[in-house]
Design a protein around this ligand. Structure first.
Ligand code: SF4
Length: 242
């Protein structure tokens, strides 16, 4: 029986996909972003590791029992992290059971796990929120410590093709990379696929970040200007989170 390492969950969230959702934060991430707001979710433990007491090691059925307590107030669940798709087999089993319960399944991912061979997972999924943290390899390495640019782009194209792309998100964290260039390039990439794809620009905030030295919170004016830039470069559906 498989178990997942889970950091925590939120019973009710109106901001992690459509409707009211239970959000499960899986433990472990394959990136190390400078501005991570959930640094405690990064360390990877496998099922056999000694799991700290603050984490949960749960079977699918144990997790389902916790989700069921939120009936009838939720429309679905969202798996987040960390990077939830590092525990992909568990998520497939979870999604197959939540589907049978009439819930919708959303994924909040950093985009770095290839989805091209994941038909079973995609068949069980209703929507995906995917990060596009920087538009070129050098800047991705600067922000995340890793270059997965081609995988991220392939995943965005694939998710749009199969009708599962809920939104593409870029965090604007001043001082890290040149966001003028990055927003232009990411917006151009999105617009070429479909100008109506939702492009969410999120203003970095220091709160909860372990080492925020050198990272600057963008002003409202900055973020409005990035929105204009994205629109100028073809995106029609832009949302900003200040
Ligand atoms: S992908 Fe998300 S959870 Fe992972 S390090 Fe980056 S911000 Fe943190």
């Amino acid at each position: 029986m498989q178990r997942a390492v889970i950091n925590r969950w939120i019973n009710f969230s109106p901001i992690d996909g459509p409707g009211n959702r239970t959000v499960i934060f899986f433990q472990g991430c394959n990136l190390n972003c400078s501005y991570c707001h959930n640094p405690e979710t990064i360390e990877i433990y496998d099922n056999k590791s000694k799991i700290p007491g603050s984490l949960y090691l749960l079977t699918v059925d144990e997790l389902i029992e916790k989700i069921k307590q939120n009936f009838p107030y939720i429309s679905g669940i969202t798996v987040s992290g960390g990077e939830p798709l590092l525990q992909l087999e568990f998520i497939k089993e979870l999604f197959s059971k939540t589907k049978k319960l009439g819930l919708s399944n959303f994924i909040d991912t950093n985009g770095t796990i290839p989805l091209t061979e994941q038909k079973t997972l995609l068949d069980l999924t209703d929507g995906v929120m995917i990060d596009f943290k920087a538009s070129n390899s050098a800047d991705l390495i600067e922000v995340t410590g890793s270059d997965k640019l081609e995988i991220i782009k392939e995943n965005i194209i694939l998710l749009n093709d199969v009708g599962l792309l809920h939104e593409v998100r870029t965090v604007i964290a001043g001082g890290l990379i040149n966001y003028q260039e990055n927003v232009v390039e990411i917006a151009g990439f999105i617009a070429e696929i479909d100008p109506e794809i939702k492009f969410k620009l999120i203003a970095y905030r220091n709160h909860g970040v372990e080492n925020s030295e050198g990272i600057i919170e963008p002003s409202t004016e900055d973020i409005n200007n990035y929105k204009k830039l994205a629109r100028t470069n073809g995106c029609k559906n832009i949302q900003i989170i200040k």
